[in-house]
Design a protein around this ligand. Structure first.
Ligand SMILES: *Cc1c(COP(=O)(O)O)cnc(C)c1O
Ligand SMILES: [Zn+2]
Length: 378
């Protein structure tokens, strides 16, 4: 029998996972405490999707699972700045980004809770994923996005039948708008809701299995709200607690220099988060000025022995062009890790390094077109 509990990070209050809540009565964020299990012999026999780690995903009833048989993305070796890097092909999901990992678990949980209407806010890809899985589940869905979101992502969200709300102003204005809606609706938030991270954590399990049940030395990931970085951290922690591995990889978080609050806080002596000024970046998927789980992300990177790297829009553009010239069509945000690896390549020699392509290039046609037309000169 799977037993799991929600615990408030602020006041420590416990809640049952059968309650329809996404944050504590005190306003605090939830941790989900759970006892994950792994049986490699059993895992190997199952279909190649992320649900093969069934005993590590806290959904009680199989009948609630909403899935496109997502996950188990290829881990391809690519040469970057003269060194071999293994790249998880996370742009190959049903909706074109790794956000499907979080959506399959969060929408399955919503189904299990009997929820029939969810709201979510996103700079694009999380909205696409939640909208698609809600459609598959027959759950009504409202998605709030900043007005400036890529047209391809807006079209995708509406195509799934979700109600789209375009909010003028900043990403933070969008968050404020959705929180009003979330007072009467279940908030399927990729940053607040702990079940989203219970899905993104499966990337750690897949890397572990694909490396022959081993962990890499270094994992380089793009970070805004940290759904991928914290997810990977939780996944490796699960493996560590279950005795499957003896240490976790160094986590290297990559931010766009124009919006790098976490990298800046990490560089401070006490690693205290405070909001910083930010400006526009072509890495729209990680342009988060006030990440809600900032303290947690900083602690995870520190605990792993990792660090942050920032990259400029010029460096991202060059990395994107190089990557596309080698046959991979990814969105600009996804090129941040390639730019970062080039920058720190000297420290990665003889290390087993894994990174990801987080989103598909078809998401950003208009940005890539203007890049081809030389409007994005470094
Ligand atoms: C969501 C996303 C990321 C990571 O963003 P977080 O805010 O840290 O979750 C990276 N790349 C793409 C393409 C994304 O959609
Ligand atoms: Zn609380």
């Amino acid at each position: 029998m799977l037993q799991s509990t929600l615990i408030c990070r602020t006041c420590g209050r416990n809640y049952s996972v059968s309650e329809k809540i996404w944050r504590c009565a005190c306003g605090g964020l939830f941790d989900l405490v759970y006892n994950p299990q792994f049986d490699p012999d059993l895992i190997k026999k199952r279909k190649p999707n992320l649900w093969r780690y069934r005993e590590a995903i806290p959904i009680e009833n199989d009948s609630a699972i909403i899935s496109f048989e997502e996950g188990f993305t290829p881990l391809l070796e690519i040469n970057i700045a003269g060194i071999p890097i293994l790249v998880k092909q996370e742009h190959l999901f049903q909706t074109g980004s790794y956000k499907d990992r979080g959506a399959t678990v969060l929408i399955s949980k919503s189904k299990e809770l009997g929820i029939n209407h969810v709201v979510e806010d996103s700079s694009g890809n999380a909205g696409c994923a939640i909208a698609a899985y809600a459609a598959r589940a027959g759950i009504k869905c409202d998605i709030y996005v900043p007005e400036s979101t890529s047209p391809a992502k807006l079209a995708q969200i509406e195509s799934y039948g979700a109600r789209l709300h375009k909010i003028p102003g900043s990403r933070e204005d969008t968050t404020r708008a959705v929180q009003v809606a979330a007072e009467t609706c279940y908030y399927a938030s990729h940053s607040w809701n702990p079940f989203f991270f219970q899905g993104t954590k499966t990337i750690a399990f897949e890397i572990w299995e694909q490396l022959g049940w081993q962990v890499p030395n270094v994992l380089v990931l793009p970070v805004g709200n940290g759904t991928l970085l914290l997810g990977a951290y939780f996944g490796f922690q699960d493996l560590l607690i279950a005795g499957m591995i003896s240490e976790i990889p160094q986590l290297v978080g990559v931010q766009a220099q124009n919006c790098s609050p976490l990298a800046q806080a990490f560089a401070e002596p006490l690693s205290q988060f405070s909001s910083v000024s930010s400006s526009a970046t072509i890495a729209e998927g990680i342009a988060i000025a006030e990440p809600i789980r900032a303290e947690e992300i900083l602690r995870a990177v520190k605990h792993s022995g990792g660090r942050f790297v920032t990259v400029t829009d010029g460096e991202i553009t060059l990395a994107l062009k190089d990557t596309m010239h080698s046959g991979f069509y990814i969105e600009p945000t996804s090129a941040t890790v390639i730019a970062a690896i080039s920058k720190i390549s000297g420290s990665l020699i003889n290390q087993k390094v894994v990174t990801v392509f987080s989103g598909h290039g078809l998401k950003s046609t208009e940005k890539i077109l203007s890049l081809l037309n030389h409007k994005f000169q470094p």
